[in-house]
Ligand binder design. Structure first.
Ligand code: CU
Length: 232
């Protein structure tokens, strides 16, 4: 009984977490969410088929009363079974692989701009991760710490690097994780599709105060963003 109460308490407590992966608010996050649902669907399909067969075999070959089963002789060869259990997994993996490769290509192809400029009209934000905060630098030289401000419906390209150890930049509502490495630049791009405040954090254990390495992402209208950029 005590354990059950503790379990319910833990569930209720954890559900307060604000960082939801399956609540996409950008084009990139939409694609990632679709992939998660697709792979979850395939997994459930396999699981259900296996469980149905499992229960059926249990019922069919159960020894009961005077019903006895001898261990059957080893199957030497069964062409159709072998073809089935080869073809079905290959098909499932293909269904999973095609959209995964396509999304990966879509997401990474957006960040192939030069060192100076971005490809197309993406806005560039430079990000420096360091123990234990985040520094954001915008195109006009404005800097902010632990607060990332973005205009809605505008492609953003992040150029990320670290001042010390490896960090990982993650805003679950807007994108997947990207490593932030010392002495090297990584890139990430997405287009926020809805105004709001989204939590971001370092997703790579990077030291004693790693857990404090959080930041807020404020997605606002173009006008609000422009006036924020002009403020000192
Ligand atoms: Cu970190």
């Amino acid at each position: 009984m005590k354990k059950r109460v503790l379990f319910l308490f833990v569930i209720a407590f954890l559900s307060g977490c604000q960082m939801r992966v399956l609540n996409p608010k950008s084009d990139t996050a939409d694609q990632l969410t679709d992939l998660i649902y697709l792979s979850f669907g395939i997994m459930m399909l396999v699981l259900i088929v296996v469980f149905i067969l499992f229960v059926q075999f249990l019922r069919k070959f159960r020894e009961r009363g005077n019903r006895k089963f001898d261990i059957p002789p080893d199957e030497k060869e069964n062409k159709w079974l072998e073809i089935t259990w080869t073809v079905v997994p290959v098909l499932l993996l293909a269904i999973l692989a095609v959209p995964t490769v396509k999304s990966t290509y879509d997401i990474t192809s957006k960040v192939s701009g030069s060192a100076e400029g971005s490809q197309g009209d993406a806005m560039i934000v430079r990000v420096v991760g360091q123990q234990f905060n985040w520094k954001f630098t915008y195109e006009n030289g404005k800097e902010s710490y632990d607060e990332l401000v973005l205009p809605v419906d505008q492609e953003v390209e992040f150029r990320l690097t670290s001042n010390d150890v490896i960090h990982s930049f993650w805003i679950p509502n807007l994108s997947g994780k990207i490593d932030v490495l010392p002495g090297e630049e990584t890139r990430l791009s997405f287009e926020p599709g809805e105004e709001g405040t989204y939590q971001g954090k370092c997703a790579e254990f990077c030291g004693a105060e790693h857990t404090l390495m959080r930041f807020e992402t404020k997605v606002m209208s173009q006008e609000a963003f422009e006036s924020w950029m002009q403020k000192e």
